[in-house]
Design a binder for this molecule. Structure first.
Ligand code: FAD
Length: 307
């Protein structure tokens, strides 16, 4: 019930100011965000690498309003990739980008976002790693998949995210279940209307299972972006059924969520990647995490009473 309210709040400037300024917010935010700065993020990457967990880094920033911000966000990724190369982490760390942070929703935004993402792909390739394009609300999917197709001509390792809650996604999964293609399958984190997305948890879960089957049966590299024990179990069974070795797919979970499960899978010799967000612009990301799970909201609210 609260999920849609929190998702609406994630787009509200007033709530943004209220939540960001509350002194009790920070410890709760720290559970989900690796820090405001690059050194803090690199520390988190090193700690995860020592535990056998790979990472994809997200420099937080989305829904920007001018081209200068787009350039600053792009430059933050270039600095990040340089630092990862300097620390010899290119083999264990890739980056995830939100094209809205590169100006996708501004006038002429498709080309602006493509140009920004291309620079980041070049920098990633230079240190032997790659980029995954996050997926945002449904109005951006066509543009994001078109940008993916463009980027894959020069950087075939570029990945994308598909959201199982969208009615279109089974078709997109079929189109992307091809040799060389990297697809992170997630359930979907935005508030979407019934005209484009399944609304009940049961329907979303069933859609996730169908899309997972398509990707695991295909020739691409599936990235199972879920904390759901049933989806993880299904992925393991499908890998057996389709004769996939552990290097031909991977599990992905968010930083700070089900860490014990991340360790369990890694200890079984499976490939696990944590999605590590960092940066000062954490509000939208944080609110989506609260919306996903009432227990996270309760944890947040409790911190107001137990200072
Ligand atoms: P759910 O059915 O939501 O949860 C299953 C179980 O997982 C829960 O019972 C609980 O035990 C645990 N769990 C789930 N969420 C939380 C939480 N927040 N805190 C604590 N425990 C939790 N969405 C997009 O729309 N676009 C993206 O680009 C995108 N990228 C993602 C990248 C990664 C690596 C991951 C893991 C998720 C990403 N998401 C993205 C978010 C995704 O769409 C879901 O909102 C989120 O993963 C919750 O769905 P779930 O599959 O974990 O299952």
């Amino acid at each position: 019930m609260l999920g849609p309210v929190l998702l609406a709040a994630s787009r509200s400037d007033r709530m943004h100011r209220l939540v960001s300024r509350a002194p009790v917010t920070r410890p709760v935010v720290d559970r989900f965000i690796a820090g405001d700065s690059l050194p803090e993020a690199l520390e988190a990457v090193q700690a995860l690498a020592a535990q056998g967990i790979e990472v994809t880094l997200d420099h937080l920033g989305e829904d920007i309003t001018d081209a200068d911000q787009a350039r600053r966000n792009r430059d933050a990724y270039l600095t990040l990739l340089e630092a990862l190369g300097g620390e010899g982490l290119g083999g264990r760390a890739e980056v995830s980008v939100k094209l809205s942070a590169f100006g996708q929703s501004l006038p002429g935004g498709h080309d602006l976002a493509l140009a920004g993402a291309r620079r980041v792909c070049e920098a990633a390739a230079a240190i032997g790693t790659t980029v995954t394009l996050d997926m945002e609300d449904h109005t951006t999917v066509d543009s994001t998949l078109a940008i993916l197709a463009e980027l894959r001509r020069d950087f075939p390792q570029t990945g994308a995210v598909l959201q199982a809650y969208l009615l279109r996604t089974e078709d997109d999964a079929r189109a992307l279940a091809v040799e060389g293609s990297r697809v992170r399958l997630v359930k979907g984190a935005y508030k979407e209307p019934a005209s484009v997305a399944y609304q009940s948890k049961r329907d979303v879960d069933l859609a996730y299972a169908r899309c997972l089957r398509i990707l695991m049966a295909g020739d691409g590299y599936p990235m199972i972006g879920s904390h759901d024990p049933r989806m993880i179990e299904l992925a393991v069974r499908l890998a057996e059924r389709y004769g996939r070795s552990v290097r031909t797919y991977e599990f992905q979970m968010l930083y700070g969520i089900r860490a014990a499960e991340q360790h369990r899978l890694a200890a079984e010799g499976r490939r696990v990647r944590a999605y590590v967000p960092y940066g000062a612009d954490w509000y939208g990301y944080f609110m989506r995490r609260l919306a996903e799970r009432p227990a996270n909201l309760a944890f947040f609210l409790r911190s107001f009473t137990t200072r």
